[in-house]
Structures are given as structure tokens and as C-alpha cells.
Ligand binder design. Structure first.
Ligand code: SR1
Ligand code: MG
Length: 420
């Protein structure tokens, strides 16, 4: 991994397009072993980004299809909205440095980074061309047998090794400073913990067929949800527990049948651990709500929903097993006594954050393809209503979870109660 120097921040920034990116890639000696084909005429680039924030180019050899790299470049604004929403270029640094932290902890679960260029706010990385974005695979009803274990282990290791449970107090505080990420945190604070719960917010959007459900969500009488969101927002903003990915939805995971990689940690900062675990669970539940309208045959749908639930439980159980092993191996004496209490706190917030992440994808600015790709608006409204019910139940009940061992039972109840 090579890091270029950064003499004068962003003075040399220029946005690439699919023509200019080729010359840049060719100029990098570090890529010669990968792109053995250095004749510019033999390289081709395409812009393949479908996320909300950045440009993503695939640069590959016309003749040797296995010779390719991905270049991800941040622009000084939000791609989803355009230049009217300026956004810090520092997110490219956050993403590169978080990926470097992950590579040291669990290299098999992230793409290999070849270069980070702070002037151009880009990273060049391994092209996972055999992999598919997990969200797309789930919408298509594909089964990935290993994701529960892979993601559970990824979460346990990245969260434990970046926390005070492992690092010295000084090292941990240096990391907190390194990952100060105010602009992207503000997006989350607004889009996840504020706007969906208020009427009259211009950013919010929803299917007009769920107008009554949205009015109920936002009404002043919805006290349990409002208080739950308050506490979860407080935790998100005030509890620097570990380096969290910060946007770990199923669009930030790439998969094959046997491999899983986590991408896109540009929202990373020191926050509450349950936010990452909850993000994965929420997005599996959103897919669960959508499946009656993708896999239309009742038995196939039930089987797939059972797979999604089993995956959620595997994420959580694997997380706990790995976490307990890490704790047994590394915990310092001064932390020994609070293990059970901490795990219950984590289970509570995991459920609560999962709820927030579900609600924002139905009512907030950025939705998910699982729901948006349901063409019939009446059917989509059914799936969205179920997601809103689940999300609100998770938010209002999460802090009542008595013990972390009740996690599965609580989730099962929320799913059972929210059938439409
Ligand atoms: C305004 S950006 C919208 C969303 O895209 C990212 O993936 C994050 O989830 C963010 O909230
Ligand atoms: Mg992203």
C-alpha cells in the first residue's frame, strides 16, 4: 500500500472522468504488477458507481480481463443531490485510513488497497469483479451461506480491537482524533436520528400510500419512539466506543458464495458499537419485508425469509462467540467485572439502531432498492408499513431488553408482531 504525500490540501484536486482516469492509473508504478498492460490504448475505463456519494471507475485491460483495478474518487459534493450539497473531501482520507485499520485487523474481509492519494481524494483498490453487492444478491433471492459468520467475526474483531477494551487510553484517544468525521456524522445525525421523525422536512420522501403511517410516526403522541430515538441519537453522538464503519448496510458488503468483503467506510468515526451491528440487521430485515413482492411464491418466500432470520441470528451469535474469545484473551483487569452488563447494553442498542435504520429507509432522504424496486405502489406500501412497524417496535422497546441472551426472542417478537 502506497500513500502519496499531501503538501497543500486539495490544491491539486481534479475530478477524473472515464477518459482521464486511464492516464492517471498508467502513471502509477505500484499498479504495474496488476495492470501489466501499460499501453493506454489497451486500457478501458467505465464509471460504475451507484452509491450516493462518489465516483467509482473500473479500469481494465481490453485483452486481459483479469487485469483491472477500481478507482474510487470523492467529489466536493454529494453525488446523489449534486453541487448544491457540498461535502468534505476528507471522507476519502477517512475511508482509506479506516480500510487500513481493517486490513491490519481482518485483511480477508476488505478489498486490498493499492494506493491512497490525499491530493486527488481517491483510492485505488482491488477489483472484486467476481463479487456482487450483497443488497443486489438478496433482492434476487440468492443464498450466501457464509455471510452471517463472516460479518459476525468482522464486527467482533474490528469493534473489539479499536476499543478501550484493547487499546491503551492514549492510543484510543489518538484514534478518536484521527477519525473525527463531523460532516458525514452530521448527515447521519440528521437523516437517521432527526428528519424522519419530524413533519414538514423537505428532505423526507415517502410513498404517498403510507401517509397515515408517516403521520403516526411523526405525531407528538408517539412518545416511546421519540424517547428511544432521543437516547439512540445521544449514544451515536456522545459514545465513542470503537471505530465504527458508520454505514454498514448491505450496499457496503460485496459477496460471492464463499467470500464477503466490507467496503465504503467513509462514514467511519468513533461511535457506539451497536450502530454497525444494527445496520446489518436492519438491512436484512428490510429485505425480509420486501421478499413477498420479489419471491412471489409463498413457500419460496417463507424459506428465504427463514434464511434471512437465520443469518441475523448467525451474525449475532458469531459476534458474541468471537467477542467472548477476544475478551478472554485480551481484556485488562480493570474491565473484567462489567462484561455481562456491557453485552446487554450492546444488545439493546443493536436492536434500537436497527430500528432507526429501518425507519429512515422508508421515510427519509435515501431509500433502499429492496423496497424501491417493488413496482406496485400498493405492494410497496405493505412492505414499507411492515418495515415501519418493526423499526418503531425496535426503537421503543430496545432499552427494555432484560439481558443479551434475550436478543433472539425479542427480535422474533418484533417480526411476529409486524405481519401485514
Ligand atoms: C445524503 S447521503 C445518504 C446516505 O447515503 C449513504 O450511504 C448513507 O447511508 C447516507 O445516510
Ligand atoms: Mg457508501
Amino acid at each position: 500500500m502506497e500513500v502519496a504525500q499531501n503538501p497543500d490540501q486539495y490544491q491539486n484536486f481534479k475530478a477524473f472522468n472515464q477518459n482521464t482516469i486511464i492516464d492517471y492509473v498508467i502513471s502509477l508504478p505500484v499498479l504495474q504488477p496488476i495492470l501489466k498492460e501499460v499501453d493506454p490504448a489497451a486500457l478501458v475505463a467505465e464509471e460504475i458507481g451507484d452509491g450516493n456519494l462518489n465516483m467509482v471507475f473500473r479500469v481494465s485491460s481490453r485483452t486481459h480481463k483479469n487485469q483491472s483495478v477500481i478507482v474510487k474518487q470523492a467529489l466536493p459534493y454529494l453525488r446523489l443531490v449534486g453541487e448544491s450539497w457540498p461535502l468534505t473531501l476528507d471522507r476519502a482520507r477517512i475511508e482509506a485510513e479506516a480500510t487500513m485499520v481493517y486490513s491490519k485487523i481482518i485483511p480477508e474481509r476488505v478489498p486490498q488497497l493499492y494506493r491512497y492519494d490525499p491530493d486527488l481524494c481517491l483510492t485505488v483498490m482491488e477489483d472484486l469483479k467476481e463479487h456482487l453487492i450483497l443488497r443486489k444478491g438478496l433482492i434476487a433471492g440468492k443464498v450466501y451461506p457464509a455471510i452471517g459468520q463472516h460479518l459476525g467475526r468482522f464486527l467482533a474483531h474490528t469493534l473489539f480491537y479499536t476499543s478501550d477494551f484493547y487499546l491503551t487510553p492514549a492510543d484510543k484517544k489518538a484514534r478518536v482524533k484521527q477519525f473525527i468525521n463531523p460532516e458525514l456524522c452530521k448527515i447521519t445525525e440528521d437523516l437517521i436520528f432527526d428528519e424522519p421523525y419530524r413533519a414538514g422536512v423537505a428532505n423526507n420522501q415517502w410513498n404517498s400510500l403510507i401517509e397515515p403511517q408517516v403521520a403516526q410516526l411523526q405525531s407528538a403522541e408517539n412518545r416511546g419512539v421519540k424517547i428511544g430515538v432521543f437516547k439512540l441519537r445521544q449514544s451515536f453522538m456522545m459514545h465513542a466506543e470503537a471505530l465504527i464503519h458508520g454505514d454498514l448496510h448491505t450496499g457496503s458488503v460485496m459477496v460471492t458464495e464463499s467470500d464477503t468483503r466490507v467496503i465504503d467506510p467513509e462514514f467511519a468515526f468513533y461511535g457506539p458499537m451497536g450502530f454497525d451491528i444494527g445496520a446489518i440487521i436492519a438491512n436484512l430485515l428490510l429485505n425480509y419485508c420486501s421478499q413477498p413482492y420479489h419471491l412471489r411464491e409463498a413457500k419460496a418466500c417463507r424459506t428465504y425469509q427463514a434464511y434471512l432470520k437465520a443469518t441475523i441470528y448467525t451474525v449475532w451469535d458469531t459476534f458474541l462467540q468471537e467477542w467472548d474469545n477476544l475478551w478472554a484473551a485480551h481484556i485488562k483487569p480493570e474491565w473484567q467485572s462489567g462484561h455481562e452488563v456491557f453485552k446487554t447494553h450492546l444488545a439493546q442498542e443493536t436492536l434500537g439502531f436497527a430500528g432507526c435504520k429501518m425507519v429512515r429507509r422508508v421515510v427519509g432522504l435515501a431509500h433502499v432498492a429492496d423496497l424501491e424496486s417493488i413496482a406496485d405502489l400498493q405492494e410497496r406500501a405493505q412492505a414499507e408499513t411492515q418495515a415501519l412497524q418493526m423499526g418503531q417496535a425496535l426503537i421503543s422497546n430496545c432499552y427494555q431488553l432484560p439481558h443479551y441472551s434475550d436478543f433472539g426472542k425479542a427480535l422474533e417478537q418484533v417480526i411476529a408482531l409486524s405481519q401485514v
